[in-house]
Structure formats: structure tokens, C-alpha cells
Design a protein around this ligand. Structure first.
Ligand code: 2RA
Length: 351
């Protein structure tokens, strides 16, 4: 019989995309059980063309579940993923609670699918969307050229902050729309937007960019920047990979972009890199600037691949490529990768 799947956090930004993905991928699941906070229990959601009533999170909700996907805040995962695992489910967790735990694999199926089989805690982590948005491409280049260093600037969509992110961007745009002088005087945008105390972002996000994502860590680093460093090392299996990241929020609804400066241990060419990326099944190269062809978030949102363009040989840095990557942060960056990990486990359980 086909395995039973639980989706925990079914009503969130990623959960909503997850139900769409589960409805459109080859169906490996028997029952799909939807679980959310008691506040959302009783809601009816559609998955695979059927109405499913959302159950409240409880230990019993995991009875009979083979794989439980979690997309909930860190503290909720920290408490409940081990409960699901203790009840016999394999937990696939998209929070930050377990990603750096040495007993929890951090999996991108294009990079390290074998890691998903070794899960002493019964938990597998899904990477953060910013790291994940570039991993399929960087993993392919690493296998050929040996990655040594990554310098990254992110351009992160507001939906990375959950459903409140797009709501805030739309509200700010509505408040500013029609003023054809807005953005011409220091502080005018800040004065015109709704109270920032109600925003998930620390500065106006409409008509602006905000050099901040996540929480404050030591020495001025944002949590999101440290995740790019730590998670890239773990996924690619390069403990001494040099990484420096600056994470920036931009007024894009969904799809994270990254400007990547990548140094390799072997000589690289643009043609060689393009051939490798072209051959990678989940990567699409869009790179013809003379014809205006490069990836932009507005053009790729809602799709599954990792898009790469602007591939250049760095002029002053040997063995180094500069490139621009876009990936839908709710799909490959979150729900799709989680679904792919869960399918690896389903295949293993059915084998
Ligand atoms: C963000 N990476 O974009 C986060 C979401 N996990 O805010």
C-alpha cells in the first residue's frame, strides 16, 4: 500500500504551495493528512482534487503516518518533529530547528540524495530558501570544478517572510500608488507607508531595498547570511568552503535571486560552465544578454527549475565565475524540495 503523508502547516504560505505541488506531481501517496494549529483546524482545503478537513496538531494526528512534512516556525518544529518521529513517521522539516544538527541530514536531491537515508533522529531537514535557490546550479558546477569560495548577494522576495510579506508589499504599494513624486525626497516613502511596527520588514519595502533578512546574530551578521554559509557547506560536503553573503529584501512577491561570485579549484570557462548547467536536469540557462535574455523573478515565479544567466568569467579573479541565479523560493526553495525529499523516503519505504 502507498505510504501515508502528513502536511503540518498546511495553511501557511509554503503549505498552500505544497498542496498545489502534491496535486500535480506523480502521486506516490496513499492518504494525505493535513495538520495545522488548532486555530486553523476544521478548515477545508483541496488537495489532489479532493476536499480535506484540516486536523489540529496533536500526537495522535501522527498515528499511521509514514512521512510528515513540517512547514511551521522553528519552535513548533523543535517540539513536534521529534513527536512525529517517535510515533514512527520520518519528519521532513523546513524550519531552521535541525538543519545544523550533525544527526540530521540536510538534503537537496540534486546534490546529496544519499544523505536522506542516514537519519538517526528520524528527521531530515530541508534547507533555507536562500541557500536552496542556488544549490542545484552550484552543486553541478562543484562536481566538475571543485568549489572553493562563494561570495553571494541575495535579492529576496517578500513571500520568504510568510503570508504577511506579500500583504505588506501590496499595502505599501497601494498607499504609494499614484504619487508621481514618491521616492524623490529622503524619507518620503517611510512617511507615506502604513506604520512600520506592523510590517515584517524593518524599513519600507515598496520602492526600496532592505539590506536585512532574518534575526541579528554576532558581529552584525543576519541569521539568513549565516545560513547561506553553514548550509552550503553541509549540503555540498565542503566543511571549509569560504562563504560571505549579504542578504537583501527586494519588492518582489515570490522568487529569490542571487548574484554569485564562485571560485573553483580547477580552471573554469564560461562555455564549460554553460554546458554543465545545460546538462543539469533541473537547471535552465537563460543567458543571451544581447537579446535581453536573463532570468528575472517576475518571469520565472511559479515554476520549478533553477534559472541561471549572466555567466561571466571574473576579470580579476582566477578560476572564478560570476553568475545570476533565480529560483521560486516557495517551490524549489521550500515546498518542492520538501516534496522531493519526501518522495525519496517514499521510494525507500516502498522498496
Ligand atoms: C526568507 N529565507 O526569505 C527566509 C524564509 N525562510 O525570509
Amino acid at each position: 500500500s502507498k505510504p501515508t503523508l502528513a502536511v503540518v502547516g498546511a495553511t501557511g504560505a509554503v503549505g498552500t504551495v505544497m498542496l498545489d505541488i502534491l496535486s500535480n506531481r506523480p502521486d506516490v501517496w496513499g492518504e494525505i493528512r493535513l495538520i495545522a494549529s488548532p486555530r486553523s483546524a476544521g478548515k477545508v482545503l483541496r488537495v489532489r482534487g479532493e476536499d480535506v478537513v484540516v486536523q489540529a496538531l496533536s500526537p495522535e494526528a501522527f498515528d499511521g503516518v509514514d512521512v510528515a512534512m513540517f512547514d511551521v516556525p522553528d519552535e513548533v518544529s523543535a517540539e513536534w518533529a521529534p513527536i512525529a518521529a517517535a510515533r514512527g513517521a520520518v519528519a521532513v522539516d523546513n524550519s531552521g530547528a535541525f538543519r545544523m544538527d550533525p544527526d540530521v541530514p540536510l538534503v537537496v536531491p540534486e546534490c546529496n540524495p544519499e544523505a536522506a537515508r542516514v537519519r538517526p533522529k528520524g528527521i531530515i531537514s530541508n534547507p533555507n530558501c536562500t541557500t536552496l535557490s542556488m544549490m542545484a546550479a552550484m552543486g553541478a558546477l562543484h562536481r566538475e570544478y571543485g568549489l572553493k569560495a562563494l561570495v553571494v548577494a541575495s535579492y529576496q522576495a517578500v513571500s520568504g517572510a510568510g503570508v504577511a510579506g506579500p500583504e505588506r508589499l501590496y499595502d505599501e504599494v497601494a498607499a504609494l500608488a499614484g504619487d508621481r513624486a514618491i521616492g524623490t525626497v529622503a524619507g518620503d516613502v517611510r512617511k507615506a507607508v502604513p506604520d512600520l511596527a506592523d510590517s515584517p520588514f524593518p524599513a519600507p519595502i515598496a520602492f526600496n531595498v532592505v539590506p536585512w533578512a532574518g534575526s541579528l546574530k554576532e558581529d552584525g551578521w543576519a541569521s539568513e547570511e549565516l545560513k547561506v554559509r553553514n548550509e552550503s557547506r553541509k549540503i555540498l560536503g565542503i566543511p571549509d568552503l569560504k562563504v560571505s553573503a549579504t542578504c537583501v529584501r527586494v519588492p518582489v512577491v515570490t522568487t529569490h535571486s542571487l548574484a554569485v561570485h564562485a571560485t573553483f579549484s580547477k580552471p573554469v570557462t564560461v562555455e564549460g560552465a554553460r554546458a554543465i548547467l545545460d546538462a543539469a536536469p533541473t537547471v535552465v540557462v537563460l543567458d543571451d544578454p544581447a537579446a535581453g535574455v536573463f532570468p528575472t523573478p517576475a518571469d520565472v515565479v511559479g515554476t520549478d527549475p533553477t534559472y541561471v544567466g549572466r555567466i561571466r568569467q571574473a576579470l580579476d579573479f582566477p578560476d572564478t565565475l560570476d553568475l545570476f541565479v533565480c529560483g521560486d523560493n516557495l517551490r524549489k526553495g521550500a515546498a518542492l524540495n520538501t516534496a522531493e525529499i519526501a518522495e525519496l523516503v517514499a521510494a525507500e519505504l516502498s522498496a
